[in-house]
Ligand binder design. Structure first.
Ligand SMILES: [Zn+2]
Length: 349
């Protein structure tokens, strides 16, 4: 009878999840039979930056070259874009995000006990092995046309080729969506980057505005949209994923969709960082008005599974800027600014 009572009490404690086990200064909880730790305390202890989006219940952790994406309720996480399974979900307990023991031991302790790579800048370009450069417009679609007749499609192609040369000489494999005056449908452009498994997609454009005074350089990344999760589901159905965990053996599309959803989110975060870096480097490189980084729903960037940005190199509708964009020297400076931005991205924070 006494044994029965003991089992009953243990069972109630187990259900309540209230048994706590101290682990140094780290608060630990037992939830459903697994030890959990407060993510905030864990990050404080190991000097990891933690950004929590309480609305989406997503967390991004940053330290050195590492970024880790988690979501409350998911046992799948992304470590530098690579999906990993924790076997137990990230949870929410007593008003805070908690992580299972496997996260502390395999991810935080595993990663941050190692010495960090010395030079982030070098590591950052190494990360980019393959890039797709997309000169906007082409063929029957000239894009914007300047006062003196300079066509956007020609400016885009020339700057894109210069950028491709710079990337190739840094050891990056470069694919171009077009190398001649050809029309390419928008979905085919990003499709090329996705099927090539590129690490980067850069679309080059020149601007125009009814206000001829407007001038400057700006970079766009794709804005969040409600279609993200449906896109993730369709991506999950069509694309193979390389995942270390056996939990994917079930081949569940829904489970894969979660991972794709996280990849899209991560690609967007990196796109923002890349956009900022390109603006910074261009500003440092040349005398041009930097308008800045903007979010937009450009069709050409939609569905990108890698950091993807659209660079508007200047306004053809502005007399002075059209004049500059005619010069090979100016186009080369633009290409070099973008190149430096790619080189420094991830390393300049
Ligand atoms: Zn354009």
């Amino acid at each position: 009878m006494r044994i029965f009572k003991f089992i009953l009490v243990a069972f109630i404690l187990f259900l309540a999840g209230c048994a706590t086990t101290p682990s140094g200064s780290l608060p630990a909880y037992c939830l459903n039979g697994t030890s959990y730790y407060s993510l905030k305390s864990l990050c404080d202890l190991r000097g990891v930056r933690m950004d929590y989006d309480s609305f989406a219940r997503r967390v991004i952790l940053n330290k050195g070259n590492y970024n880790i994406h988690l979501r409350v309720g998911d046992e799948l996480i992304l470590v530098n874009g690579q999906p990993k399974s924790l076997n137990k979900p990230v949870d929410f307990y007593q008003g805070a995000v908690v992580v299972p023991r496997s996260f502390k031991e395999n991810i935080i302790d595993g990663l941050f006990n190692q010495a960090l790579p010395v030079k982030r800048q070098v590591a950052s370009l190494k990360k980019i092995k393959k890039a797709v450069i997309d000169p906007g417009h082409g063929g029957h679609d000239p894009g914007a046309i300047g006062r003196t007749g300079l066509k956007e499609k020609e400016v885009n192609l020339d700057i894109a080729k210069r950028l491709a040369n710079l990337l190739r000489s840094a050891g990056v494999e470069v694919l171009m969506t077009r190398t001649s005056d050809r029309f390419i449908p928008l979905p085919d452009r990003i499709g090329m980057a996705n099927s090539a498994n590129a690490d980067l997609f850069i679309s080059v454009h020149a601007n125009a505005n009814p206000s001829r005074k407007l001038c400057g350089f700006e970079v766009y990344y794709v804005a969040p949209s409600v279609s993200d999760s449906s896109r993730a589901v369709s991506a999950a159905k069509s694309a193979p994923l390389h995942i270390e965990s056996s939990c994917f053996a079930s081949n569940s599309h829904n489970l894969k969709a979660i991972v794709w959803d996280m990849i899209f989110t991560q690609a967007r975060a990196e796109s923002i960082e890349l956009s900022r870096s390109i603006c910074r480097s261009t500003d440092a490189n040349m005398d041009v008005r930097i308008i800045g980084v903007k979010a937009a729903r450009f069709q050409v960037l939609k569905g990108a599974r890698m950091p993807a940005v659209l660079v508007e190199v200047g306004f053809l509708s502005n007399r002075e800027e059209e004049g500059k964009l005619k010069s090979g020297y100016y186009r080369q400076k633009i290409a070099e600014g973008i190149m430096d931005g790619i080189r420094n991205y991830g390393g300049g924070r």
